[in-house]
Design a protein around this ligand. Structure first.
Ligand SMILES: C[S@@+](CC[C@H](N)C(=O)[O-])C[C@H]1O[C@@H](n2cnc3c(N)ncnc32)[C@H](O)[C@@H]1O
Length: 289
């Protein structure tokens, strides 16, 4: 990356994940894209091979992370009174539309955020579908910028209501950056979230668990993804204890690590033959019992 704050090379991956949500009935028709359909078809041979050889593939991991994040967000709204959601790196995620519909009339504000190009596309699609309003908006953000109009601190001060219990989501974002860069973002995010009556940060994570066969495969594939996205694809944290230490160091008071296996038979999530490699993290700036 020539410019240290330009990670727009990652944006095309949102078309692939967007199509996965479509194919599994998790999305809404107006968020489908030609690019997504093409990428999905191109990815079929590798996905089929993975399923056939080891009983696991990227698509299963995507669905596991998506549905577990949904479950955590839904519980935070229902049980803890969260009324402000910010989905950073939203891409073509249908979550904003689905949650806005599910909690219509219950005071939920859902803010989708992405780099300006992807945000403009999302805003246009939602506007055309009649889904935008003061309670469901799309804003520009760049998690790498500081002191600009799209920087996290500026966006939070300008676009968020400090009186609301707030939950931030990132999905499919953090493994595109090296540790120092993403840890810097987490530290700034924890700092911003402390201003709200409750501050929760939910994200997926692909850890660097060497004992895991899939990690050894992913380790080999990551340089290809790094070249395609012009980013620094990195698997973060060697152990679960490291995850807790890393988020504590970033300023979070509590971290829960969710394993897909603990949701088998609880949520309708796809299961795989080998242990899952994706984790969903639920971080809080103030502890919750
Ligand atoms: C893999 S896609 C994930 C999209 C969506 N969250 C999902 O799971 O379907 C990665 C997203 O990160 C966004 N992105 C890349 N760099 C970013 C940055 N510096 N700040 C905010 N978003 C960024 C891209 O535009 C893209 O929408």
């Amino acid at each position: 990356m020539a410019d240290d704050t330009d990670s727009s090379g990652i944006s095309f991956t949102a078309f692939y994940t967007g199509e996965v949500w479509q194919r599994h009935g998790l999305s809404v028709p107006f968020l489908s894209s030609v690019q997504g359909r093409r990428l999905y078809i191109a990815g079929r041979p590798v996905e089929w091979l993975g399923k056939w050889l080891i009983g696991a593939n990227n698509e299963i991991l995507l669905l596991q992370r998506h549905l577990i994040i949904d479950d955590i967000v839904r519980r935070a709204i229902r049980d803890e009174g969260v009324t402000q959601i910010v989905e950073i790196a939203c891409g073509l995620s249908p979550r904003g539309t689905r949650f806005s519909r599910e909690f219509a009339g219950k005071g939920l504000v859902y803010i989708e955020a992405d780099l300006p190009g992807m945000a403009a596309r999302k805003r246009h699609l939602l506007e055309k579908a009649g889904e935008l309003g003061s309670a469901h908006r799309v804003i520009d953000i760049n998690i790498l910028e500081q002191g600009t109009t799209d920087a996290l601190e500026t966006v939070f001060a300008r676009d968020l209501d400090p009186a609301r219990k707030t939950l931030v989501i990132t999905e499919g974002l953090i493994n595109y950056f090296d540790y120092a860069t993403i840890h810097g973002f987490w530290t700034r995010l924890a700092n911003c979230l402390r201003a709200f009556p409750a501050g929760i940060y939910v994200s997926d994570l692909y850890p660097n668990f060497h004992w895991h066969r899939f990690v050894r495969i992913a380790d080999r594939l990551k340089s290809g993804l790094a070249i395609a996205t012009r980013s620094h694809v990195t698997l973060h944290f060697d152990t679960e204890a490291d995850i807790h230490d890393g988020f504590r160091a970033a300023g979070f008071a509590q971290t829960r690590v969710h394993l897909p296996e603990s949701y088998y038979g609880v949520l309708e999530i796809p299961e795989q033959r080998i242990p899952s490699i994706v984790r969903v993290l639920e971080n809080r700036v103030k502890p919750h019992q």
